[in-house]
Write a protein that binds this ligand. Structure first.
Ligand code: ITT
Length: 193
């Protein structure tokens, strides 16, 4: 049985990445036609949890929300929850400038995902750590992809195919966790029927 869920995002690259993951679970992903309401919160998890409930209120169908950020060690975790704003304002060049004198270039992408449906909200988190390269490389993906290389890899995210990025990414981890719990819950519900 093919299930359908809708994904609230304004980012088409994210939609493509997440579609590739949902296909592995035999789930068809659709773009939700509701605006993404980002509630202020302490953590990514808190934000997606609240956003997913709000989205479910509007759609009344299984709805997925995901939020991510880049946390740079030498900058005490900055830009973290401000990643979108930092990307739009100082961009890759600005971030590289902030790291000019840094000896430690380690950074982690973190992601939180939440799926709201008629039985509640399922959440999951994912992380991938690596380092910020000195010069941007690659043309694929979005955001900070050209300046981030995961540990154990030679390519930046922007040099990887979508499948390669999804093998290690923060988003693939959080979304896969949520989807496996969702399938498990749905199967339990059927067997209890
Ligand atoms: P939504 O509409 O889904 O919110 P968004 O682009 O605003 O899409 P996020 O809030 O999840 O995405 O992420 C905030 C920023 O963090 C995003 O604009 C990117 O600059 C950066 N970012 C998040 N995930 C990334 C990834 O996988 N690769 C590169 N940059 C990423």
């Amino acid at each position: 049985m093919t299930r359908r869920i809708c994904f609230v995002t304004g980012n088409r690259y994210k939609f493509e990445e997440v579609s590739e993951i949902t296909r592995r679970f035999n789930i068809e992903l659709e773009l939700c036609s509701v605006p993404k309401l980002e509630v202020q919160g302490e953590s990514l998890l808190e934000i997606v949890f609240k956003s997913a409930i709000l989205a479910y209120f509007f759609t009344n169908r299984p709805v997925l929300v995901e939020d991510a950020g880049l946390f740079i060690k030498a900058l005490n975790g900055f830009p973290g929850p401000y990643s979108s704003y930092v990307y739009k304002t100082i961009g890759l060049t600005g971030v590289l400038k902030l790291l000019e004198k840094a000896e430690n270039r380690e950074a982690c992408f973190r992601s939180a995902a939440a799926l709201a449906y008629d039985r509640g909200v399922i959440t999951g988190e994912g992380e991938v750590c690596g380092y910020i390269v000195e010069t941007p490389r690659g043309t694929r993906g979005f955001g900070f992809d050209p300046i981030f290389t995961p540990h154990g890899e030679a390519k930046t995210f922007a040099e990887m195919s979508l499948e390669e990025k999804n093998r290690v990414s923060h988003r693939a981890k959080s979304v896969s966790l949520v989807l496996s719990k969702y399938i498990e819950h749905a199967q339990t519900a059927l067997s209890n029927f």
